[in-house]
Design a protein around this ligand. Structure first.
Ligand code: HEM
Length: 264
């Protein structure tokens, strides 16, 4: 078990230390090409008839999205994101005027990680053409305090994600099912939780500080679990059983994902 955790820790560490993030702005390298735009400059690139083009900004980084005209152009589902920085809406899905804003201080660390996934998506799919002067970059194109604060949340979110990854390998999730006739059941298998392993494990309730949920996990060694107060046996289930009948409210408990869909 320790070796799994070690491998997970090391891979996260290697990723964090050695791979350059695919959303970072290298001002030294790019400043020649990157334009500084004001909010009103950017609004001229909303794709409407007579506009100068089709741009959008996310966390103050401006992208030319004309090749995604069907999404962001007139009549496109995401037209309301064009010509502005609507970073918050990427996570909330609130495309009203109130939601189409660049202030993301209301987001949790894990939501900020999801927002950076979108930023990385735009770097991969579209041309990065400029920086929006305002909340995240100042008049000389330097990051503002607000950006540093978002980056601190990103670091915290990445730490939580890494912790969740370790938790997942250490305590793989159970399989679960529910039917009106038989009720609920949770059980462990050598593949449950998507962690392929050479042990099956026994179901226990785990309170996860990362997700804030109680979820069913498979534990390898019941004696160490007895010492861990965050792990509990299921009522009415033998401590050495690999399958437990449970109430409907205890069947689900998977961690909800908050990332919508940047995938390419
Ligand atoms: C937080 C909520 C959401 C946000 C912020 C969001 C944002 C976006 C954006 C920005 C694009 C364009 C990506 C590009 O440039 O290629 C897109 C595409 C798309 N979205 Fe969403 N979306 C959301 C929810 C949804 C939901 C709920 C559905 C489906 C029910 C959906 C279906 C699609 C589809 C089908 C595409 C087109 C994919 C393609 O043609 O490549 N989106 N979304």
């Amino acid at each position: 078990m320790l070796s799994y955790a070690l491998v997970a820790c090391l891979s996260v560490l290697v990723a964090v230390l050695f791979l350059p993030p695919d959303w970072s702005v290298d001002l030294g390298k790019e400043s020649q090409k990157l334009r500084l735009l004001s909010r009103s400059d950017l609004s001229l690139y909303n794709g409407e008839k007579g506009s100068r083009g089709l741009y959008l900004a996310i966390l103050g980084q401006v992208f030319d999205v004309h090749k995604g005209h069907k999404h962001y152009g007139p009549g496109g589902a995401y037209q309301s994101m064009a010509g502005k920085d609507a970073s918050l809406a990427f996570i909330t899905g609130d495309f009203t005027e109130k939601g189409l804003i660049d202030d993301v201080s209301s987001l949790s660390p894990l939501q900020v990680v999801a927002l950076y996934d979108w930023l990385a998506f735009y770097h991969r799919q579209y041309q990065h053409v400029g920086l929006l002067v305002g909340r995240y970059y100042n008049e000389t194109g330097q990051p503002t305090k607000a950006l540093l604060e978002v980056e601190a949340l990103l670091a915290e979110g990445q730490r939580l994600k890494a912790q969740a990854e370790i938790e997942k390998v250490h305590f793989p999730a159970c399989n679960s099912e529910w039917s009106a006739g038989r009720g609920g059941r949770v059980w462990c298998s050598t593949k449950s939780g998507g962690v392929i392993r050479d042990w099956t494990g026994l179901p226990r309730k785990l309170f996860s500080p990362v997700s804030g949920y109680v979820q069913c996990v498979c534990i390898k060694d019941p004696s160490t679990a007895e010492e861990d107060p965050s792990l509990q046996e299921y009522d009415g289930c033998r401590s050495d059983a690999d399958s437990c009948m449970v109430g409907e409210d205890q069947v689900s408990g998977a961690v909800t994902k908050n990332r919508p869909m940047p995938s390419d």
